[in-house]
Design a protein around this ligand. Structure first.
Ligand code: AMP
Length: 548
């Protein structure tokens, strides 16, 4: 190596050639290049990019006049509505941090999050006024509350000193925002669901948000001016970074307050939706909607699914109704999607069932990811690529969180040995694609063998009378643990005639198709409790089993 590298001397970074990466630039460009293109549609409201950008500038200015700035937290208890999209740009414009809260949390958890983040301002929708008011009552230092008025929603009550509309009037649309001095500056805060103990506050930075948004564009083939339907909650990992990704392609955000199958089908047709994201439970709901609610599309529609493993039968079902599926895997800590099941052209020639099986695997590195490995959690030795050896999934990426807010110990543990520890167990196939087998805490160890609950669930979803299924470990004197299935049968809500299906029939169905030691030893017929992001609450099912 030369002592004086000529490619360094006199070639320093300067203000022109080195800018902090920030997704705020996406909206500025959309407004400059496509000012009249629809940015957002919500019921009767349609606003173009120029109008939306102006509203963001006013909001940023108004918040800044009220003393909000770098290091402050602005929280939101809002459904998927235009105002939440605007907050994704206006709050970072003033250097503050957006905390979009999970609207299905209980009041105590919301109070915890408001206090823990030293929240300065809370934007609240009337639908959540009781929840917010209970939370605020137990807050140590209640924030300024701003009501977001939605003429389409009746009910609830205003809680705050002023409304969003009034706040906008305090701001100037000529506000000049500055990119953060450092792209590592915090942009958003997302709390994990906290199934055990208090939730952890995952902090995102401007650079990661910019990179994951662009990674989504490449990974999900998001074209210029995509029409994107908001079925995924915007509060879940900032809607997997889609507020920024869709804006980067100057697309149109179609917002829906409530997730209902008929409304999703109607919106796809009415607005020519090209893309949406949804957890597998939502796809299952769409597939099992009564026939009269379903409409068929004559334009290409792509859904990105993730958040839980999609059974191959659901991928198959979506493709049959003309919706292309992209399967993605990620965590709150990784800004949502960080692994995609990249489609290989030779899969096109496979039978649908085999194609869906390939696509149900989680896949390979997203474009922004630096490294993905499945390895032994102690030695960090990668497992062989044989589709059988199980290890933990580890990630290195510029699209990983800064860390957990005010929790150094958890941050250090998560990043130990220079890798992010996902806590998910997977195998790696000979073609390099990873397949998640379980959360480490859910895997069943029976007579010394690991049994993947996802594999059994995948099979149960192929049973013609089963609507939903989850598998958990049941303590067993002889084997240590054995699989227990909890299932819900299809009924009138899914347009099916109620059928009598017995426990033994379901066990036999499995015994005819997989190794007997993997088959459920017990089947419970019960509804599945789920989180608002579409995950089955297996801890509650285990508690149900203990109660007997
Ligand atoms: P959250 O932080 O709430 O988004 O949850 C992240 C967890 O969801 C991961 O650690 C996985 O256990 C699970 N998960 C996300 N996407 C997938 C997927 N495509 N397949 C299987 N599990 C997934």
């Amino acid at each position: 190596m030369k002592n004086n590298n000529p490619y360094n001397s006199g070639l320093e970074q300067n203000k022109a050639n080195f800018r902090p990466l920030t997704p705020i630039e996406f909206i500025q460009r959309a407004a400059e290049v496509y000012p009249h293109h629809p940015a957002v549609i919500y019921g009767d409201i349609t606003r173009n990019w120029e109008q939306t950008y102006r509203r963001c500038l006013k909001l940023a200015d108004a918040l800044s006049r009220r003393g909000i700035g770098v290091g402050d937290t602005v929280s939101a208890l809002l459904p998927n509505m235009p105002e939440l999209l605007e907050l994704h740009f206006a709050v970072p414009m003033i250097g503050a941090v957006l905390n979009a809260q999970n609207t299905r949390m209980d009041a105590d958890t919301i109070a915890f999050m408001l206090d823990h983040s030293d929240c300065n301002v809370l934007f609240c929708d009337r639908e959540f006024s009781d929840l917010a008011s209970n939370a605020l009552n137990s807050c140590a230092k209640p924030p300024l509350v701003i009501d977001v008025d939605d003429p389409t929603f009746n009910g609830g009550r205003p809680l705050g000193e002023l409304s969003y509309q009034q706040l906008l009037l305090e701001g100037d649309e000529n506000y000049v925002w500055q990119a953060p001095a450092d792209e590592w500056q915090a942009i958003t805060l997302n709390y994990t669901s906290g199934t055990t103990g208090n939730p952890k506050g995952v902090v995102y930075h401007h650079r990661g948000a910019y990179l994951n948004a662009t990674s989504n564009i490449i990974g999900q083939n998001l074209p210029p001016q995509a029409v994107y339907l908001w079925t995924l909650p915007m509060f879940h990992c900032n809607g997997w970074c889609y507020p920024w990704a869709v804006t980067a392609v100057a697309g149109t955000h179609v917002c829906l307050r409530h997730l209902r199958a008929d409304q999703v089908y109607q919106a796809i047709n009415r607005y020519g939706v090209t893309h949406f994201c949804a957890a597998p439970v939502v796809l299952n709901m769409l597939l099992n909607a009564p026939e009269e609610q379903k409409t068929y599309f004559d334009h290409p529609v792509t859904v990105t699914t993730g958040g839980a493993a999609p059974p191959a039968s659901i991928i198959e079902g979506m493709e049959k109704i003309g919706i292309q599926v992209v399967h993605a895997y990620g965590l709150t800590e990784s800004y949502g999607p960080s692994v995609f099941c990249a489609f290989q052209s030779e899969w096109k020639d496979l039978k649908l069932e085999q194609k869906a099986e390939k696509m149900a695997r989680q896949g390979v590195k997203a474009p922004a990811l630096s490294a993905l490995m499945v390895a032994d959690p102690i030695s960090l030795q990668p497992v062989p690529m044989d589709g059988i050896s199980m290890g933990e999934v580890f990630i290195q990426s510029n699209t990983l969180m800064k860390g957990y807010l005010k929790n150094t110990q958890a941050t250090t543990e998560a990043f130990q040995d220079g890798w992010f520890h996902t806590g998910d167990l997977a195998v790696r196939h000979p073609d390099g694609y990873i397949e998640i087998k379980d959360r480490a805490k859910d895997v069943i160890i029976s007579g010394g063998e690991n049994i993947s609950t996802i594999e059994i669930e995948d099979l149960l979803y192929r049973h013609p009378d089963i609507f939903e299924a989850a598998v958990i470990a049941k303590p067993d004197e002889h084997w240590g643990e054995v699989p227990c299935a909890v299932v819900t049968l299809k009924g009138p809500e899914q347009g099916a005639d109620p059928k009598i299906v017995t426990e033994q029939q379901i066990i036999n169905f499995c015994r005819d198709r997989i190794a007997h030691f993997k088959c459920p030893k017990q089947v419970i017929f019960a509804p599945l409790p789920k989180t608002s992001t579409g995950k089955v609450r297996k801890n509650q099912l285990r508690a149900l089993l203990q109660k007997g």
